[in-house]
Structures are given as structure tokens and as C-alpha cells.
Design a protein around this ligand. Structure first.
Ligand code: MTE
Length: 365
């Protein structure tokens, strides 16, 4: 076991702060990612939180501000949601190969994992606090500090009030049957299913209802989507679209990049996920650059907010082959074919077809 209770097999993208995720061969091993393998995305060092002294403050545009201990939170109805968390920066490595993206983590496919989260619905707290008519956004601030542009500040972000009122948006205290580990935001974090991971603020300490989105750097500047023509020197930071709901995406977890395979029928498997709770309705794989596609079998699942496992078979002839996958969701949305179509200088929201190069060789006689 590595530090933070994490598995030795994790791919570590940075030690300080700790950023890591499961290698492809473990990413899909179980529908609920074992917590020791669940990816970690931190912008600063994990803070130590005194559970006894801990108070969550909820204020701003509300008629009744609240200050709640962990025991007070426990008095609200407990809910459990199985949900996949995916970082907006997942698969940045493929974007970097297309055009460099300095100063950002070069994630492979590992910034995605699934857990059964338990806690209280944010909506229940909001009902107790009674938002005023001016309230449009719910801003969250964590206890961890980070430094950007020469300033130290706490991590934060926001979601629209409309989203915050949905019952599946949790203030989570448990992860897959255990108290929420410190590295995942314990004792308390936000969980916004179907949205980029960045809005699921860890080490949650403050909730503020506001007329406008959070002014925090990670809402106002980072986690915005810019056109391919924009660059860090010339960009108007306010002009990018604030990322929220996840796009439809699919990943091949086996075989892995550079695998050597025998010719013939070959099992391909992976995961697919869409934003906003939209169901994955079809997954297709190709071994010939998209000239022909095989429809994958979807594993049965009733978990609306979680990834969908799929598997398919392709008959592979000897040679260098590129496998690719694409998914459709219930809104008939699918994935762009090329990285060039999704490239942006911050490296977010890569949902292009996931391609994996393999070598197919007849075994020596
Ligand atoms: N919350 C705080 N307080 N600090 C952070 O650095 N990172 C965000 C989000 N919440 C972050 C945070 C990002 S970008 C992601 S993808 C998820 O937490 C990752 O959650 P995990 O580490 O539990 O996988």
C-alpha cells in the first residue's frame, strides 16, 4: 500500500499534490472501483480536519443561514448514490500528443472511477435554509489551499441552483461503505453526479448561495472550454464556457496500447459514460479505422449515474492495428472522431474516439 491508503499499482502523475489513478488493467476490474484504486485529483495538499470541531456553514442568499456539525448533518435523511466521477482533464495525454499543453497533468484514461456515495441530499439542506428569489448558484469552498498567480486561496466551485436541487447531488460522508477517506475529501465532500469532477468539492466547509457563479479561480478561470484557436497569452479568460455536465465518452481498457495479440477473434472491453444521467444506448468498436464497426454488448445496469461496462469481439488480421471505440447516449449524441476536433489549450473534455494501437502477430511455428 502506498501513502494515502492507495494501491501500489496506481499511476502517479504527481506526488505533491498527490494525483494518481488506476492502470487500464485495473480500471474496469470491478463495477465499484475499490477505494484503494479510485483516482485522486488534488490541487493542493489534503488538509487535516478535526471532526469534532468541524462545522459546515451555509449562507448567502438564504432566509435561514445554517451552521452544522457532522452530527447535525447526520440528522438529515441518508441517501446512497452509485456514481462515476470523471475529471475534465481525463485523457489529456492524447491531446498533448497532438499539440503541447504545458503545466497540466498528462492524464491517460485513469482519471475516472465509480463508488457508492452516501450522505445527505444538498436539496434537504437548501430546503432548511430557504434560498431567496435572488439565489441562482450554489458555491462550495473546501479547506485545502492552493497557489495560483502568486496568491494562496482555498479550492472552490459552483453549480446552478437548479442542479443543486436534484436529490442525487449529495454532501457525502461515506464512500463505498466506509467513512469518506481524507484523500477523497473526508469528512465531507460534494458529489455532483454526471458533472465534471471539479464541481464535487472535497473537504467542504462553506456553501454560499449567490446570484452569480463562484468567483473562485477554479470556476472563474480554470475548467472553462476554449476554442482550439485560443492560447494562454491572448485568451480572454471570461470568454470560455464554464464546464459542467460531462459529454458522452467511451474508453477501451483491454487490450492496452502496444499489446501484442494473436490473430483471430479478440475480446475488446471497456467503459462508457455520459453526462446528466443520460443512458448509454450503443457502443461500437472498429479495428479498421472506422470502415466497419462491431456493436458491443452492454452489461446490464440500472445505475443511472454510473459508467456502463461493455465488451465486443473483433476478428483481427496480422499487422499493426488501431482499435477505436465510440458510444451513443440517449440524446443520440456521439463522440467526435479526431483529437483535432476537441483540442483546447487547457486540455479538457476530450471525448474523441478512444484509439488503442496493437500489434497482431501469428505465434512463431
Ligand atoms: N476539491 C477540493 N477541495 N480540492 C481539489 O483539488 N479537485 C477536484 C474535485 N474536488 C479538488 C476538489 C477535481 S478536479 C476532481 S476530478 C475531483 O475532486 C476528484 O475527486 P477524487 O480525488 O475523490 O477522485
Amino acid at each position: 500500500m502506498q501513502r494515502h491508503g492507495k494501491h501500489d499499482a496506481l499511476l502517479v502523475r504527481s506526488e505533491h499534490p498527490f494525483n494518481a489513478g488506476p492502470p487500464a488493467d485495473r480500471l474496469r476490474a470491478r463495477f465499484l472501483t475499490p477505494t484503494e484504486l479510485f483516482f485522486v485529483r488534488n490541487h493542493g495538499e489534503a488538509p487535516e480536519v478535526d471532526r469534532g470541531a468541524f462545522r459546515l456553514r451555509l449562507g448567502g442568499e438564504v432566509e435561514q443561514p445554517l451552521e452544522l456539525s457532522l452530527a447535525d448533518l447526520g440528522a438529515f435523511p441518508r441517501r446512497t448514490i452509485v456514481a462515476t466521477l470523471q475529471c475534465a482533464g481525463n485523457r489529456r495525454q492524447e491531446l498533448v500528443r497532438h499539440r503541447p499543453i504545458p503545466h497540466e497533468l498528462p492524464w491517460g484514461i485513469e482519471a475516472i472511477s465509480t463508488a457508492a456515495w452516501a450522505g445527505v441530499s444538498l436539496a434537504d439542506l437548501l430546503a432548511a435554509a430557504r434560498p431567496t428569489p435572488a439565489a441562482r448558484h450554489v458555491a462550495f469552498t473546501g479547506l485545502d489551499e492552493t497557489e495560483r498567480r502568486g496568491e494562496r486561496f482555498r479550492y472552490g466551485g459552483s453549480i446552478p441552483l437548479e442542479r443543486a436541487l436534484a436529490p442525487e447531488v449529495l454532501l457525502a460522508t461515506e464512500m463505498s461503505g466506509m467513512p469518506l477517506p481524507a484523500i477523497h475529501g473526508g469528512p465531507l465532500r460534494v458529489l455532483v453526479p454526471g458533472w465534471i469532477g471539479a464541481r464535487s468539492v472535497k473537504w467542504l466547509a462553506e456553501i454560499e448561495l449567490r446570484a452569480t457563479p463562484s468567483d473562485n479561480y477554479f470556476q472563474r478561470v480554470a475548467y472553462r472550454l476554449f476554442p482550439a484557436s485560443a492560447g494562454p497569452e491572448t485568451v480572454d479568460w471570461e470568454s470560455g464556457a464554464m464546464l459542467g455536465e460531462l459529454p458522452v465518452v467511451s474508453l477501451i481498457t483491454a487490450p492496452e496500447e502496444d499489446a501484442r495479440l494473436a490473430p483471430g477473434p479478440t475480446r475488446i472491453e471497456g467503459v462508457a459514460l455520459s453526462g446528466g444521467g443520460r443512458e448509454i444506448v450503443r457502443v461500437e468498436v472498429t479495428g479498421d479505422g472506422g470502415a466497419s464497426w462491431a456493436t458491443a454488448a452492454l452489461e446490464p445496469s440500472s445505475e443511472r449515474w454510473a459508467w456502463r461496462f461493455w465488451r465486443a469481439e473483433l476478428d483481427l488480421a496480422p499487422g499493426e492495428r488501431e482499435l477505436a471505440v465510440r458510444a451513443w447516449d440517449a440524446a443520440a449524441q456521439t463522440q467526435p472522431a479526431t483529437i483535432a476536433e476537441v483540442w483546447n489549450f487547457k486540455g479538457y473534455a476530450n471525448n474523441a474516439w478512444h484509439r488503442v494501437r496493437v500489434r497482431v502477430e501469428a505465434p512463431p511455428r
